[in-house]
Design a protein around this ligand. Structure first.
Ligand code: IMP
Ligand code: MG
Length: 194
């Protein structure tokens, strides 16, 4: 499920659930190739360890990995959110840890979207304690209007307005991940019972 469960797409009366393309497949592929070059410019020679945040980052990570020259390894982590109204020290919970140590590695955390920033803030805290050589963040999408936590990404594919988006890994109730583009989702407004 989407991690921010309290965060819903807009709904409109008499409109079936629909997706309007915001970023085309061609634009995504072009930008991902550019991002790979930006990353390699900063780290020309060293092996890069890509850490994908499941499940939303999977399409972005595999395309990025294929565009990156040189030695690459990858691992995955999974987190879930407690939502905004819960107590507890952190709103994010680790549900699947990495397979291998990141100590001494040049780690690029790969995320689908930077929204409130709570997920990334939590992950960066966890990873920093594990003593990577370097720790950087690549996100396909950035929604700065929604930011709560003080975090930023080193590599951003596209900055987008405050809309609920799906596709290219991003889901709504597990749907739409397999779209090749990124689109804005509109839901049908529930009818009032008379
Ligand atoms: P953050 O902790 O609020 O930055 O949440 C980031 C996570 O929330 C992403 O990795 C997504 O799983 C989910 N998310 C945030 N915005 C959207 C959206 O517009 N569509 C789908 N999922 C979203
Ligand atoms: Mg995600």
């Amino acid at each position: 499920m989407a991690k921010s469960s309290s965060y819903q797409p807009k709904s409109q009366a008499n409109t079936p659930e629909s997706v309007r393309t915001l970023i085309s497949q061609q634009r995504i592929q072009k930008r991902v190739a550019e991002m790979a070059k930006e990353i390699r410019r900063d780290f020309p020679l060293e092996p890069l360890h890509l850490v994908g945040v499941l499940k939303g980052s999977v399409f972005f990570l595999t395309d990025l990995a294929r565009q990156l020259k040189g030695q690459i390894s990858m691992d995955f982590i999974s987190v879930s959110s407690y939502g905004q109204n819960t107590h507890s020290s952190g709103e994010v919970k680790l549900t699947r840890d990495l397979d291998s140590s990141i100590e001494g590695k040049t780690v690029i955390v790969v995320e689908d979207i930077l929204d409130t920033g709570m997920t990334l803030q939590y992950l960066l805290r966890v990873f920093e304690q594990r003593k990577p050589r370097r720790l950087r963040v690549a996100v396909l999408l950035d929604k700065p209007e929604r930011r709560v936590a003080k975090v930023r990404a080193d590599y951003v594919g596209f900055t987008i307005p405050n809309e609920f988006v799906v596709g290219y890994g991003l889901d709504y109730a597990e749907k739409y991940r397999n779209r090749s583009d990124v689109g804005v989702l509109t839901l049908q407004k529930a009818r009032k019972k008379s």
